[in-house]
Ligand binder design. Structure first.
Ligand SMILES: [Zn+2]
Ligand SMILES: [Zn+2]
Length: 440
């Protein structure tokens, strides 16, 4: 009862805030940033009931510039090992099309020891990658490898990660004709070893994903089949904000891991993804497509390649909702008053010189208080607040060593689904870092 009362109170408060506020802008150029959601499921996934046409229509109405669905790749093969020839991938869905959005192709590689989204500007044959999961017996992986440790080509044996979340089924007699059918569509792969050239399987997988020209994106590293392999593999980005920021997820830990990786000297993009499975049923009361939304700067180029290039480069920020504020974070490295350095940029000669940073907000709400946090090399460097009266938030620093600076904005979040503010916490936007003195 108390929760219902609080909800009504919140809804009334939200209404008052919306009625009494208006947006102000301090942006130079906001037209080259486009939004989307890098982690969506449709009813092609076995645990989603979202209709594809409904997803597309919702995304278009949300103003998204790009669209991708990354369904669980378990549907490539049914549980009894039968290949589903007429519904191999999400993009075979006849409704997977839009006149206004850039369509990307995606799938969620779903293993018990971690999930990763693969993205591309073009479709690909996923079966080859699907089979590279040690828990799948379809192609003949032998689970005894797991108890014996992973084999290296120099004869040593060592497990790179525990696989503690994996529960393996008893091996069953397989129907050889079905195996043949699968094998006939599959490039040859030596399933008797899990390594090649002394590399672990995940390295092999990342290599193969890259060989196919795809983007490798680690999902929800600490919740729902957390990422157990090495975090320092050569993947392309990590989902640092999955679904609602606070409840049901482990985004605080994901951001901590991101900071650890960045501090190690690696430039790595952090992106968002709602992981929305239900666009219209109960869950949509608090989590919808675009919670969070990821923004990428494509410099006006309207292609899937440009979106993925921006994602890889770190021209990326995350907002809690498609209608919520976008953080616009730039830097002036040469003191000419022009903030031409963008998130993802690396000021290779910046160590020892003074750098001016500027934080602005697209859709900034009048009189709303924004709490800004700047993280430098894994530590909180600035904790402050600003409002539309201040317009922008400026700060400077003279780094004496390799450094990164990333920005988090907190505040009220009235644009999300009705119940989300109770579960979301106060995080409203996260920017990717500006780097100084990193090795390229
Ligand atoms: Zn997942
Ligand atoms: Zn998912």
């Amino acid at each position: 009862m108390q929760i219902i009362n609080r909800t009504f109170f919140f809804l009334i408060l939200t209404g008052i805030l919306i009625l009494s506020s208006c947006e102000v802008s301090y942006l130079d150029n906001d037209d080259e940033w486009i939004s989307g959601d890098f982690h969506l499921h449709s009813d092609n996934s076995d645990d989603s009931d979202s209709d594809m046409a409904e997803l597309i229509s919702y995304a278009e109405n949300a103003g998204f510039g790009f669209f991708v669905v990354a369904d669980h790749d378990k549907h490539v093969i049914q549980e009894d090992g039968v290949l589903i020839d007429d519904r191999l991938e999400t993009w075979d869905d006849e409704d997977y099309t839009s006149d206004s959005m850039i369509i990307l192709y995606g799938t969620e590689w779903t293993a018990c020891y971690g999930h990763a989204n693969f993205f591309s500007a073009e479709p690909w044959d996923h079966l080859y990658l699907y089979q590279m999961k040690v828990e799948d017996r379809v192609i003949g992986w032998d689970p005894t490898y797991l108890s014996e440790g992973w084999h290296t080509t120099d004869g040593k044996s060592s497990a790179p990660f525990s696989l503690s979340s994996c529960v393996f089924e008893e091996s069953e007699e397989s129907d050889s004709s079905k195996d043949d059918e699968v094998a006939s569509r599959t490039p040859s792969i030596d399933s008797s070893i899990m390594v090649r050239e002394n590399k672990w399987l995940i390295s092999y997988l990342v290599d193969e994903v890259h060989n196919l020209g795809l983007h490798f994106s680690v999902n929800h590293p600490y919740n729902d089949n957390p990422w157990e392999p090495n975090f320092y593999e050569d993947y392309d980005d990590m989902e640092v904000w999955n679904g609602l920021y606070l409840l049901g997820t482990q985004n605080v830990k994901a951001l901590e891991k991101w900071d650890e990786i960045l501090t190690s000297g690696r430039m790595l993009t952090g992106r968002g993804g709602s992981d929305c499975h239900h666009i219209s049923s109960f869950e949509s009361n608090f989590l919808l497509m675009g919670n969070p939304t990821t923004w990428v700067k494509t410099d006006g180029e309207e292609t899937g390649e440009a979106v993925l290039e921006a994602l890889k480069k770190g021209r990326v920020s995350i907002s809690y909702d498609p209608e919520g504020e976008r953080v616009d974070y730039t830097a002036d490295a040469d003191g000419d008053g022009s903030y031409e350095t963008l998130p993802g940029d690396n000021l290779t000669d910046g160590i020892g010189s003074t750098i001016n940073f500027k934080i602005a907000l697209d859709r900034m709400v009048k009189n709303k208080i924004y709490f800004v946090r700047v993280i430098k090399n894994g530590e909180i460097f600035i904790r402050d607040s600003f409002t539309s009266r201040d317009g922008t938030y400026l700060f400077s620093d003279t780094p004496d060593a390799r450094s990164y600076y990333r920005v988090e904005i907190r505040g009220s979040n009235p644009e999300g689904p009705d119940l989300s503010a109770l579960l979301q916490g106060t995080m409203i936007a996260v920017s990717n870092p500006v780097y100084v003195g990193y090795d390229e």
